[in-house]
Design a protein around this ligand. Structure first.
Ligand code: SF4
Length: 372
């Protein structure tokens, strides 16, 4: 009998697995004994940790080997198993844990239990799963592939959110309010010194380099109404001050700014950093990113932008991932935008407006959907 094993991926490691010619999954050295129990022909259940969803079933093609060859950006993971995809969903259609309520052997309840009850089953990998649980994932993936429908849209969650937000539309234009407030502040004189801090940290983006919306963004009508970065703590005076100071610093001396980014990246022990947790690219930011590419090619940057013409000027680097944000005002231009890039390290997200019912064709055309 073929066994099912849970295999954890982040969005980055999943993208790297899919794009690799020699497809392997990797585990830490401590998992070697467990990995050696996996046989050729066994199945791996691919689970995305950050979004907590099942995305694919893989089949093991080669049993465990140990290798020190650097293959992935998020770690060495020296214990490696060859695997091929046998069924796969696009990330927006990947299946939530709650879809298996009443089906999985550890979810035989009427209501979804708190995450502590089921998270132990997806906490580490490789982890042997009961065959019936693995088959439940496999069958569910088949159903979605056959129907061509996205179960996450069918759940009605987006519709509920749309109707809840419709009443609040007058209160939107978050970006307009932020810009009006920013204009009232004095934010143009900064003392830059060797200890000037440049990174920020929050629950949505983790560690990020942020710049001010007011001076760097080209907001679309959708981002004006939905921008998460224009509200709450990101719009507080200390946060705005740091964003404007970053802009001033980077424009004055992009290389020194990059050295501060590198210093804080190392000091915080990061393994990736988001560039533009808020704000967007500008000429000197490109110079700072290039400086990091040349001097610290090991640093992993997730570069978010709505300015494709600037993002396309960055040189390809295997550790730099370009994330382009689209919405209904830009989706028709996706092919044209994609053609500006001569490499594959480009990902597209789509921000749904509260008034919008998102089309399946859109969901299938992007890597990530945001519903505010
Ligand atoms: S580009 Fe991003 S940060 Fe800037 S206004 Fe739009 S959503 Fe907000």
């Amino acid at each position: 009998m073929k066994n099912y094993w849970l295999c954890l991926f982040t969005g980055t490691s999943w993208a790297q697995f899919l794009s690799a010619e020699e497809k392997q999954v990797g585990f830490n050295k401590t998992q070697i004994k467990q990995a050696q129990k996996i046989s050729k022909g066994d199945y791996l259940i691919a689970y995305l940790t950050k979004v907590s969803r099942f995305v694919a079933i893989l089949e093991v093609t080669d049993e465990a080997v140990v290798s020190d060859e650097q293959k992935w950006t998020e770690g060495l993971f020296p214990v490696r198993i060859g695997a091929k995809v046998i069924k796969q969903l696009p990330i927006p259609s990947a299946i939530t844990m709650s879809a298996f309520l009443g089906t999985f052997s550890f979810l035989k309840t009427d209501e979804m239990p708190v995450s502590g009850v089921w998270s132990a089953h997806v906490r580490s990998s490789p982890r042997r799963w009961k065959v019936e649980d693995g088959e439940a994932v496999s069958v569910f993936i088949d159903k979605i592939i056959e129907s061509g429908e996205n179960p996450n849209l069918k759940s009605g969650v987006s519709k509920q959110k749309v109707s809840r937000k419709r009443g609040d539309l007058k209160k939107l234009n978050r970006v307009g309010s932020l810009i009006r407030r920013t204009k009232k502040l004095t934010l143009d004189e900064f003392d830059i010194n060797p200890t000037t801090k440049v990174l920020s940290r929050n629950q949505v983006t983790g560690y990020a380099v942020n710049f001010p919306i007011q001076k760097t963004c080209r907001p679309t009508p959708v981002c004006k109404d939905t921008c998460y970065f224009a509200v709450k703590l990101n719009a507080s005076i200390p946060a705005l001050t740091l964003q404007h100071r970053n802009l001033y610093f980077c424009q004055q001396d992009p290389e020194e700014f990059a050295r501060h980014v590198i210093y804080e990246y190392d000091n915080a022990g990061l393994n990736y950093l988001r560039w533009n947790g808020g704000g967007d690219l500008f000429d000197e930011a490109l110079i700072a990113i290039e400086y990091i590419r040349i001097n610290r090619p090991d640093i992993v940057l997730w570069i978010v932008s709505r300015k494709a013409e600037l993002a396309a000027q960055l040189h390809f680097h295997r550790n730099h991932f370009i994330h382009l944000s689209l919405d209904r005002s830009l989706i028709d231009q996706k092919s044209q935008i994609r053609s500006m890039f001569k490499h594959d390290q480009v990902f597209f997200s789509y921000q749904v407006h509260p008034e919008e019912t998102v089309q399946t064709s859109v969901v299938e055309n992007v890597d990530l959907i945001f519903i505010t």
